[in-house]
Every structure is written in C-alpha cells, then in structure tokens.
Design a protein around this ligand. Structure first.
Ligand SMILES: NC(=O)c1ccc[n+]([C@@H]2O[C@H](COP(=O)([O-])OP(=O)(O)OC[C@H]3O[C@@H](n4cnc5c(N)ncnc54)[C@H](OP(=O)(O)O)[C@@H]3O)[C@@H](O)[C@H]2O)c1
Length: 242
C-alpha cells in the first residue's frame, strides 16, 4: 500500500468524540487507524467512515493492556509507515464516593485514562519524531475533561486521572516540543455521547456540547503554524460554573 501523505491514530474511535475526530481527520486527508475496545462496534464505525470515502482501518484493542497498545501501533506502522497525529481519547468514568471506591475500578480508570497515554507516546515516539523532523508539526491530542481542571466529588478518581492527563501534556510539550511534536489536552464539560447517557434525564442532550464541536477545535489545531502551541482547550456550556 502506498504511504499516505498524512496518517493518524485515534483511540476510542468507535463513538462520540473519537469518532467525530476520526471523521474530521478523514476530511482533512489523513489515513486513520481507529482503535477501540469492542470489535463489533468498532467495525460499524470503520465501515461508516470507509463508506464516506476515507482511508480508515480498525484495530480492536483494550488500551488498558500494554500488549494491545503494541498491537495498535504495530498495525498502524505496518499499514501506513508514518504518524503525524496521535489522538489519545479512549476513556472511562466510574463514579463512587471514597468509601465505595473499588480497587479494580480505580486501576481500570488509571490504566485506560492515564497509563495508556504514557505507553502510546512511548510506542509512537520514533514515528512522531520522524514527522516532527519532516514538517515540525506533529500533533498529539489527549482527551482530558473539565474534571481535569476542576475536580468533582464522587468523580474523584476520574478527576485525578484527567488532571494527570493535563500534567502529562504539559510535560510532553516541554520534552517533545523542541522536536516539532506538539501536545494539546482537550478539557470539555458535558458532551452528547454515550458516556453522558446516565445524566441525560437531568441535562438534555441538546444542551450539551456536540462531539463535532470538539473535532472542529482539533481541526483548528491542524491549521496553526508550527510556531504556535495550544497546550489545553477548555469547553464549557453557557452558565457552567467554573
Ligand atoms: N462525554 C463527555 O461529556 C466527556 C467530557 C469530558 C471528557 N470526555 C472524555 O472523552 C473521551 C471520549 O469519551 P466519549 O464521551 O466520546 O464517550 P464514548 O462515546 O463512550 O467513547 C468512549 C470510547 O473509548 C473506548 N474505550 C473505552 N474503554 C476502552 C478501552 N479499555 N480500550 C479501548 N477503547 C476503550 C470506547 O470503546 P468501547 O465502546 O468499545 O468500550 C469508545 O470508543 C473519554 O476520554 C472521556 O473521558 C467525555
């Protein structure tokens, strides 16, 4: 297969924010490896974007497992041989008050929301460095949350993991920025995705941020010059208390 001009990996690409970003990247001419946990759901998302004419392929993987991260990056490297944009978006949130925090769920949130991002960076580093050396504008987008800026009771573990994503993004900008690899943390309030189904009786879906709004912000990130870094982007709804 001929090497595409630009290529991306998007995790959590089977629905919501990740799917919207994968579609936007397809529109921008990127070949995209889409990764998510459940194979059947991912296949549907990949088939949908392929039917829209985009060069996409799917790799079903649980990003909580290091070997599965190797699988995603290896499959991407074999197929596209380059990586210009990495979107670390897979995430889960499980609410619990302190006394009720289950160790298994604590580990799961830290592994998926934070540890996987560290491992993806490390595994993708040579490809990102090659893109940075070529055009000084390699980009890594890390989906944090508004909870990564303002912590919430009951969502304490989720909030801590998402604060970790913001801190990690800052560190990567300092470490990799000089190599032409920029990092951005996305910090949205409620977005209308399956993740927020639990709250839709209290907050109407139409009053939430749309996944496409987030994708537009990432499109903007593709346009800015190599001299400009946007380290984090916060998305709130009118009236949201900060
Ligand atoms: N929706 C919001 O209000 C909101 C606000 C702030 C931040 N976020 C963040 O946005 C990101 C995307 O969430 P979303 O709202 O778009 O929800 P979503 O539609 O439920 O998407 C979550 C995606 O992550 C994947 N995923 C979950 N666990 C995974 C695992 N262990 N390995 C691989 N993939 C996994 C899911 O695949 P499966 O369905 O197969 O598990 C799905 O593709 C998350 O990091 C979330 O924390 C969401």
């Amino acid at each position: 297969m001929a090497q595409p001009e630009r290529a991306a990996i998007v995790t959590g690409a089977s629905s919501g924010i990740g799917l919207a970003i994968a579609r936007m990247l397809g529109q921008e001419g990127f070949a995209v490896t889409m990764a998510a946990r459940r194979a059947e759901k991912l296949e549907g998302a990949v088939a949908g974007l392929a039917a829209e004419g985009f060069d996409v392929h799917g790799v079903a993987a649980n990003v909580a497992e290091e070997s599965e991260i190797h699988k995603v990056v290896g499959a991407h490297r074999e197929r596209y041989e380059r990586l210009d944009v990495l979107v670390n978006n897979a995430g889960v949130g499980i609410g619990a008050s302190l006394a009720d925090i289950q160790t298994k769920r604590l580990d799961m949130q830290l592994d998926i929301n934070l540890r996987s991002i560290v491992l993806f960076y490390r595994e993708c580093l040579p490809l990102l460095q090659a893109a940075g050396a070529e055009h000084s504008n390699a980009l890594v987008v890390n989906t944090s949350s508004i909870s990564g800026k303002r912590a919430e009771a009951w969502l304490s573990v989720y909030s801590a993991s998402k604060h970790g994503v913001v801190g990690w993004t800052e560190a990567m900008n300092k470490e990799l920025g000089p190599q032409g690899i920029k990092s951005t943390a996305l910090c949205p309030a409620f977005v209308d995705t399956p993740m927020t189904d639990f709250v839709k009786e209290q907050v109407r879906a139409e009053d939430m941020i749309r996944p496409e709004d987030i994708a537009e912000a990432v499109r903007f990130m593709l346009r800015v010059s190599p001299a400009c870094v946007v380290p984090e982007m916060m998305f709130v709804r009118p009236g949201d208390a900060l």
